[in-house]
Design a protein around this ligand. Structure first.
Ligand code: ZN
Length: 358
């Protein structure tokens, strides 16, 4: 049987636990399987140190691991290529990425009526992002490439309840309120909501690291081996995403079929891999500079009318694949919209020079 290509993804690079998990993964896999790690030059040295503590001084990690060196500018592209090519993905959610002991709930209000939900929402502070950016990139890319069903998620047992809560909350649409209109769920940022996609992963495996110095976790290896055997046994055929891998990175003046709905979209001013929330339907991106000239100073200062994220966190676009122009004399104008990359909400041009929630 040909060996499998198993991609190891981590959410926080500077965590030595990464290599304890890699060692355990090597123990779980067959000799002919290859582990892939995308990282930088420091990885190899750290991996070797941890590897030799687990497998002996004469053993080299290269016997089982392919190190794929990336730079600050190309790692997103490389990670996506490897996600696309791998047979199986193991995503390690580092405890260092989950440094949140509890959710900040919004303050309770007792009066019924009064301010409408939207005004009330505006007054509530947005919660800080609960999860690290690393985690969100990886989840977004696994989701866009439709590889979560081939992904085993590994996390420290003590963080499992928090992660479970996030997955459930992240999967919720909209905001829940009680009878008095109080928000009963924390206002997760849209990036936190991405975590909800993890419910599509094949399996989550937790571990306990009683001894912080142990270089390998044999019980975790057993659990991962079982999960991968079961994944193979269920024989879930892989469905290739309808969009092309090469269309998921970089800007392009040409229309591309993109997630979430495979419609033609023109994203000419941003790298697609950096746009977490791609609007649905056909659209053309509008350059930030053009919108800054249109919006009045208050609107620019306010940024997102929902969460007050700065204006540079807004993705501007207009429906359709042709531009009519803004404010031209004929009266046929584009209708600019904005998708906030922090809270995920949509707003639109209102009047001449404002952004209003939609
Ligand atoms: Zn926002």
């Amino acid at each position: 049987m040909a060996g499998r290509r198993v991609l190891f993804l981590r959410t926080f690079r500077n965590d030595d636990t990464n290599f304890v998990i890699v060692n355990s993964l090597a123990l779980a896999l067959d000799e002919e399987d290859r582990i892939e790690v995308v990282g930088d030059h420091r990885d190899r040295q750290l991996a070797t140190e941890h590897w030799q503590r687990a497998f002996g001084l004469h053993s080299q990690p290269e016997s089982r691991i392919d190190f794929i060196v990336s730079t600050r500018t190309d790692w997103r592209r490389k990670v996506m290529e490897r996600i696309h090519a791998a047979d199986v993905i193991v995503l390690f959610i580092s405890p260092k990425d989950l440094d949140f002991p509890e959710f900040p709930f919004s303050q309770s209000r007792s009066e019924i009526g009064g301010a409408g939900d939207w005004e009330r929402f505006m007054r509530e502070p947005m919660t800080r992002p609960l999860t690290g950016q690393g985690l969100l990139h990886e989840i977004a890319y696994l989701n866009r490439l439709q590889r979560l069903p081939h992904t085993v998620v590994v996390c420290d047992a003590k963080f499992q309840p928090t992660l479970d809560d996030l997955i459930v909350l992240g999967g919720m649409i909209g905001y829940a309120v009680d009878m008095a209109g109080n928000f009963i769920t924390p206002k997760l940022t849209a990036t936190d909501k991405q975590v909800g996609h993890l419910r599509k992963a094949f399996r989550g495996v937790t571990y306990q690291r009683a001894d912080p110095n142990c270089p390998i976790l044999p019980l975790l290896a057993d659990a991962v081996r079982d999960a991968l055997a079961e994944m193979a046994a269920t024989g879930s055929t892989r469905h290739l995403p309808p969009w092309k891998l090469e269309d998921l990175t970089g800007p392009s003046p040409e229309p591309r079929r993109l997630p979430p709905d495979n419609e033609l979209k023109i994203i000419a001013f941003s790298d697609v891999e950096k746009v977490f929330f791609i609007p649905s339907g056909e659209f053309i991106q509008i350059e930030d500079q053009e919108m800054r000239r249109i919006l009045n100073r208050t609107a620019v200062r306010t940024g997102c009318p929902y969460c007050r994220a700065p204006i540079e966190k807004m993705f501007f676009y207009t429906r359709g694949l042709t531009r009519l122009g803004l404010g031209n004399a004929s009266g046929e104008n584009d209708w600019p919209n904005a998708k906030c990359q922090v809270c995920g909400s949509k707003s639109s041009l209102f009047g001449e020079d404002m952004l209003a929630p939609q």
